[in-house]
Design a binder for this molecule. Structure first.
Ligand SMILES: Nc1nc2c(ncn2[C@@H]2O[C@H](COP(=O)(O)OP(=O)(O)OP(=O)(O)O)[C@@H](O)[C@H]2O)c(=O)[nH]1
Ligand SMILES: [Mg+2]
Length: 221
C-alpha cells in the first residue's frame, strides 16, 4: 500500500473559516475555534537569528554574523503545519495542512505556499460575496502563473448561516467545475461533513498519484 504525503494549502479571505476547518479536521471534531483569532503565520525571528552573509569575490565565500541592518525585514517562517493521516483501502495519505492568513496585507505570504504540486483548498463564506470574489480572483492569478494545482477542492463554509446566505450554491459549484475541483458546502462545526470532504480529497490525491505512476511506467516500457 502506498504511503503518500500531501502538502495541503487552505486559502481564502479573512474570517471565512480556514483555521476552523483545519482544526476540526485535525482534531476529529474535538476542536472548533468559536472565538476568532486571526492567522498571521508570520513568526519574526529574534535579533540573534539575523545573519548577513558576506560573499568574498574570487576564491570562495565566507559568512559572518552581523548586526541587523535597520529596516531589514527578517525572513518569515511558516508555523508548523497541522498533520493528519487518512487510511484509504489503496493508500495512506498524510496531510500537512498549511493554514494561510486571509488578511489582504498578508496575501503575498499565502501565495508563497501555493504551487502546482500542492493540494489546494479554496474556502469562501456563503454569507459573503466578497469572499467568493476573493477566491475567484486567486484562481485567475494562479492560472495565469500556471500554478493551479491539479488536485483541490472548493469549500463553501458557514452553510449553517442559511438566513444570511449571499452566495448561491450554484455559483460555487460552477466555479469549482471550471477548475475541475469537487465542491462541498458545509459548516466547519460539522465534523463528519468536514471529514467526508477531506476523505474525497485524499482519494483524489491517491488517484492522481496512481495516474502519475502508470504514466511513468508506460514511458519506461
Ligand atoms: N457559524 C459558523 N461560524 C464559523 C464557521 N467556520 C468558522 N466560523 C467562525 O468564523 C470565525 C472565523 O473563523 P476562522 O477559522 O478563524 O477564519 P479564517 O479564515 O482562518 O480567518 P483568517 O485567519 O483571518 O484568515 C470564527 O469566529 C469561527 O468560529 C462555520 O462553519 N459556521
Ligand atoms: Mg485563520
Amino acid at each position: 500500500m502506498a504511503s503518500l504525503r500531501c502538502k495541503c494549502v487552505l486559502v481564502g479571505g479573512p474570517r471565512v473559516g480556514k483555521t476552523a476547518l483545519a482544526q476540526v479536521f485535525q482534531s476529529g471534531g474535538g476542536l472548533f475555534p468559536s472565538n476568532y483569532s486571526m492567522t498571521s503565520a508570520v513568526e519574526l525571528p529574534g535579533v540573534d537569528a539575523l545573519r548577513t552573509v558576506v560573499l568574498e569575490d574570487g576564491s570562495g565565500a565566507s559568512s559572518t554574523p552581523a548586526s541587523p541592518v535597520a529596516g531589514q525585514v527578517p525572513e518569515h517562517k511558516v508555523k508548523t503545519p497541522l498533520e493528519k493521516a487518512l487510511e484509504l483501502p489503496s493508500a495512506s495519505v498524510q496531510f500537512f495542512l498549511y493554514d494561510t492568513p486571509g488578511q489582504p496585507y498578508l496575501r503575498e505570504l499565502a501565495r508563497e505556499y501555493v504551487d502546482a504540486t500542492c493540494v489546494l483548498i479554496f474556502v469562501y463564506d456563503v454569507t459573503s460575496i466578497d469572499s467568493f470574489e476573493w477566491i475567484r480572483e486567486w484562481a485567475e492569478l494562479l492560472s495565469a502563473d500556471n500554478a493551479l494545482p491539479a488536485v483541490g477542492m472548493v469549500v463553501a463554509n458557514k452553510a449553517d448561516k442559511s438566513d444570511l446566505r449571499a452566495v448561491d450554491a450554484d455559483l460555487g459549484l460552477h466555479f469549482a467545475k471550471s477548475l475541475r475541483y469537487p465542491f462541498f458546502e458545509l459548516a466547519a462545526p460539522d465534523a463528519s461533513a468536514v471529514d467526508a470532504a477531506f476523505k474525497h480529497l485524499a482519494e483524489a490525491y491517491a488517484s492522481h498519484y496512481q495516474d502519475f505512476v502508470s504514466a511513468t511506467r508506460a514511458l519506461a516500457s
